[in-house]
Structure formats: structure tokens, C-alpha cells
Design a protein. Structure first.
Length: 248
């Protein structure tokens, strides 16, 4: 079985994003970029399935600028076997990414497409669901546990207040949640080896996908500045304050 793992290049999660002065978006100039953290979890899960003998090949794919090659090399250094870069100049919306992934899946026939539950850049949480709909295949989103058995995959999903278990017939789409696993660091020898692994470059046109945006971002703004807190002497004073505010 092949596993397709879409990985997105996003602002590193340790970086505090700066909003552009004209409110048109987030300033990406000279900002450290990394693999979307949920996608690292997806790569890790795919590698674990391969190590357990449940998968033969892991293909990482990224839709983005030429620099997304670095993200793909990270996936290869972690343990993916080969990579596909679908090169674009601008940010591509989830629907177009899903259409590109559908076309790649039609060529590669993966048993599983393992995506992150959301990218921390746009917080869309859409691509996996859209892909499942376009491919007319089952989806197990927000995966906390993934178990492959024969031609089915059992996914424990994180839902409000607990876990839901679903059994999907493969090919299937899985999106990863935070607690699924702890991704490994790529070792130096593996980083060196990854440089020799195959990385194919394509364009959206190769898959006949129109990536023209359907959405217009009208404004991006900083969150409101948090007000300073206030210290109270004791619990009675706290309760009195809360009562005065009408919240107790
Ligand atoms: P989103 O729907 O944008 O929140 O993204 C959900 C998941 O879809 C991500 O965690 C990735 O696995 C995948 N994805 C979204 N955009 C891209 C992209 N440009 N390239 C590769 N994978 C992507």
C-alpha cells in the first residue's frame, strides 16, 4: 500500500506572525518557515505504518513555492520515500489543493491519504474533507489513533468530550490531530540521504487544475491587546468583584 502525505510550508509555529501595515495579510518577509506541525504528525504516522509492515511507500506532496522543496526534503529525511512538488507562485486555497491531490491520488492509487487536520497558516481545516468529498471516499478526521487491518482502517477521532471510533474501507482519507504521535527528528545521516531521494516537480496545469482564488481576504488584523489583570486580597474580595461585574 502507498500512503500519500500532503505537507504544507507554513510560518514556523514558534514565530509570532506580524500583520502587514496595510492589513492585506501576514508579513512573510524574512520569517522562518517550517512544515505544518500536523503534517509532521501525518508523516510520522505514515512512517510508523511502514515500519509495522502495513505500507510499502510514502509519497510526500506539497503545493507551494519552489522553497517548499525544503519542506519535502524534511519529510524525506524523516522517512518518506519520494516527493512531489506542485509549484505555484501564490498561496493556493484548500479547494484547489484538494483538486490537485485528487489528481495525484488518481495517478498513484494510495490506500491512505494522510493529511494534517489543519494548516496553522490559514486554520482552514478544509482540505482533507474536501478531498474525501471529491474522491467520494470515506474520511476519518481528527485522528487520535490509526490502525490498518487488511483493506480497512480504524480511526479513533477526537470529538468534544471524548473519542469516536470509525472503521473506513480503504482507500480512505485520514486527518491527524495533535495527540496521534510525537514526530521524530530527522537524523543527520538521514538528512544527507534525503538529498538523493527522488523529488518530482509539477505544476497545477499538469493536473488541469485552475488555482484562481475564489475568496478575497478583505482584512487581516492583530487580535485586541489583552487588558492588564487586577490582584485581589482574598477569595471574598474576588467574589465581591465578580458579583459587581454580574458574572457570579
Ligand atoms: P487546511 O485545510 O488548509 O487547514 O489544511 C489541512 C491539511 O491539508 C494540511 O495539514 C496539509 O496536510 C494539507 N494541505 C493544505 N494545503 C496544502 C498545500 N498547499 N500543500 C500540501 N498540503 C496541503
Amino acid at each position: 500500500m502507498k500512503i500519500l502525505v500532503p505537507v504544507k510550508r507554513v510560518i514556523d509555529y514558534n514565530v509570532k506572525p506580524r500583520v502587514k501595515a496595510d492589513g492585506s495579510g501576514v508579513d512573510l518577509a524574512n520569517v522562518k518557515m517550517s512544515m505544518n506541525p500536523f503534517d509532521e504528525i501525518a508523516v510520522e504516522e505514515a512512517i510508523r505504518l511502514k515500519e509495522a509492515g502495513k505500507a510499502e511507500e510514502i509519497i510526500a506532496v506539497s503545493v507551494g513555492p519552489a522553497k517548499a522543496q525544503e519542506t519535502l526534503r524534511t519529510a524525506l529525511a524523516m522517512g518518506a520515500d519520494r516527493a512531489i512538488l506542485v509549484e505555484t507562485d501564490e498561496e493556493v486555497e484548500p479547494l484547489a489543493v484538494a483538486k490537485i491531490l485528487k489528481a495525484i491520488a488518481a495517478e498513484e492509487n494510495p490506500g491512505l491519504v494522510m493529511l494534517g487536520k489543519q494548516s496553522i497558516s490559514d486554520d482552514s481545516n478544509q482540505t482533507g474533507q474536501m478531498l474525501a468529498a471529491l474522491m467520494e471516499r470515506p474520511q476519518g478526521t481528527f485522528a487520535n489513533t490509526v490502525e490498518v487491518d487488511g483493506d480497512s482502517v480504524t480511526v479513533k477521532r477526537e470529538i468534544d468530550g471524548g473519542l469516536e471510533t470509525v472503521k473506513l474501507t480503504m482507500p480512505a482519507i485520514v486527518t491527524t490531530d495533535l495527540r496521534l504521535n510525537e514526530p521524530r527528528y530527522a537524523s543527520l545521516p538521514n538528512i544527507m540521504k534525503a538529498k538523493k531521494k527522488p523529488l518530482d516537480t509539477k505544476t497545477p496545469a499538469d493536473f488541469g487544475v485552475d488555482i484562481a482564488p475564489r475568496l478575497t481576504t478583505t482584512n487581516v488584523s492583530e487580535p485586541p491587546v489583552r487588558q492588564a489583570g487586577e490582584k485581589v486580597e482574598d477569595v471574598d474580595a474576588l467574589v465581591a468583584k465578580l458579583k459587581a461585574l454580574g458574572v457570579a
